[in-house]
Design a protein around this ligand. Structure first.
Ligand code: ACO
Length: 157
């Protein structure tokens, strides 16, 4: 938290965050489509019920007003915790949907998001975290302490 620049805070995603622009941040990452507030909230409630499995963090920018009220979400990232039978019931973390708003990139926010998610992963007992990314983002993840491993495969339905 203290590592973020002044005016930015880390917190977990809240049920009211549709209004603070959660989807606007993700729109810079990939196609989203039309999602109503009701649909967004239904998905939020589902994730919240999966206790200890989804950790969605956001970085929020404060407004210039006296109370420094939350103005908008400028970054997000998810840790999905997978509980395996392998590796003596090992717990593996999956890093997903890292997005920093285009006008906020290059300020170190993405790196801090990764560090925060990795820290949660460690705390909940993950032995490692893994992720898929495009070649253009490889350098970013190397800076975050990741190394290349394996080959990504996909199967669309
Ligand atoms: N390639 C190489 N190095 C990079 C890149 C890149 N694409 N992006 C950032 N870096 C470097 C920075 O120069 C910096 O290095 P430094 O410490 O030596 O100065 C370091 O990585 C940390 O950079 P940040 O400022 O923390 O990066 P930023 O906040 O801009 O976030 C991110 C990077 C998340 C990739 C951002 O550009 C973004 O949101 N892009 C669009 C969405 C996206 O592609 N998300 C990743 C999808 S993959 C997934 O979710 C698992």
């Amino acid at each position: 938290q203290s590592l973020l620049p002044d005016g930015y805070t880390f917190r977990t995603l809240r049920r009211s965050d549709y209004k603070l622009g959660h989807l606007d941040v993700l729109a810079d990452l990939a196609h989203i489509g039309d999602i109503s507030e009701e649909e967004w909230t239904e998905r939020f409630d589902f994730l919240a019920k999966c206790e200890g499995t989804y950790f969605v963090l956001v970085i929020v920018e404060a407004g210039d007003d006296e109370n420094r009220e939350e103005k908008r979400i400028v970054g997000t990232g998810t840790l999905l915790v997978e509980r395996k039978f392998l590796f003596k019931l090992g717990i593996q973390g999956h890093i997903e949907d890292i997005g920093i708003k285009a006008d906020q990139q290059g300020k170190g926010l993405g790196l801090k998001m990764l560090k925060a998610l990795d820290s949660i992963a460690k705390d909940v007992g993950c032995y490692k975290t893994i992720l898929d990314c495009s070649a253009k983002n490889e350098g970013f993840y190397v800076k975050c302490g990741y190394e290349k491993a394996g080959t990504e495969m996909q199967h669309y339905f």
